[in-house]
Write a protein that binds this ligand. Structure first.
Ligand code: UDP
Length: 240
């Protein structure tokens, strides 16, 4: 039968690299469209969806500063990269008939709505997908922190981390260690103390301090996002 879910509102975080396909850089529209379909399948379950998309497929502040750019300028460039990704995703979602709002942490009114919390909540109530762009609007943060921040502000029930090339959190790198084991469940403190690859440490701390569960799953599995919300498929749950 139709998959059921208990989730009412979630935050989907994907990296910018999830949108580049096999190109190694930038945006690959068919890949964006594939992920948009995954989101549409969840929207059809009636789940309210927040999204944060990274910018690493275009520009990362750290990489720029390592090559001599001023760090905050480089970070603003990274934030602008996330706006491009958000617009690409909006275009793909609207191509499927899914109403979507891009909400930017940096004002650019011709391109995206400014972030006004109550307004964003209203969009969600009307079942519009809200893509939160430009990260937190602050340098020295990441889109992981932005996802944790907005998930809390929007009262999401979980942060769903869609990953490429892995279906959860492992005790060691499964590409180097075939004996690596995937956790079904792991605590925030273990993630921090063992430096497990989930989100960056400040994002994990923000999730932990507000008891916001994180679910890590593979974006490569067709129907995976919908499956995970319906309790099917492999994943790792990061909990208290
Ligand atoms: N960034 C920032 N503040 C934020 C979010 C992002 O300065 O609140 C910048 C930062 O330079 C980062 C870049 O935007 O490197 C792209 O985001 P991120 O690296 O998180 O993207 P992902 O790795 O998820 O693709």
């Amino acid at each position: 039968g139709t998959p059921q879910t208990t989730f009412k509102r979630v935050m989907l975080k994907i990296s910018g690299e999830a949108l580049m396909g096999d190109q190694g850089f930038g945006l690959h529209p068919p890949t964006v469209q594939r992920i948009a379909k995954e989101v549409q399948a969840v929207q059809e379950l009636g789940v309210e969806i927040c999204m944060v998309i990274g910018g690493g497929n275009i520009f990362r502040g750290l990489a720029g500063s390592a090559q001599g750019m001023e760090r905050t300028t480089a970070d603003y460039m990274g934030m602008l990269a996330t706006v491009m990704n958000a617009l690409a995703m909006q275009s793909a979602l609207e191509g499927l008939g899914v109403f979507t709002r891009v909400i930017s942490a940096i004002r650019m009114d011709e391109v995206a709505e400014p972030y006004i919390r109550r307004r964003a909540v209203r969009h969600l109530e009307k079942k519009r997908v809200c893509i939160f762009a430009a990260g937190t609007g602050n340098p020295y943060f990441t889109t992981d922190t932005a996802a944790a921040l907005r998930a809390n502000e929007m009262a999401c029930e979980a942060i769903i981390m869609g990953k490429n090339g892995t279906d959860g959190v492992y005790d060691m790198d499964p590409r180097q260690h075939p004996e690596a084991k995937r956790y079904d469940e792991v605590t925030f403190d273990e993630v921090l103390s063992k430096n497990l690859k989930v989100m960056d440490a400040s994002a994990i701390a923000l999730a932990r301090d507000n008891n916001m569960p994180i679910i890590v799953f593979s974006l490569d599995e067709p129907g995976g996002f919908r499956g995970i919300l319906a309790g099917q498929g492999t994943c790792t749950r990061v909990v208290e």
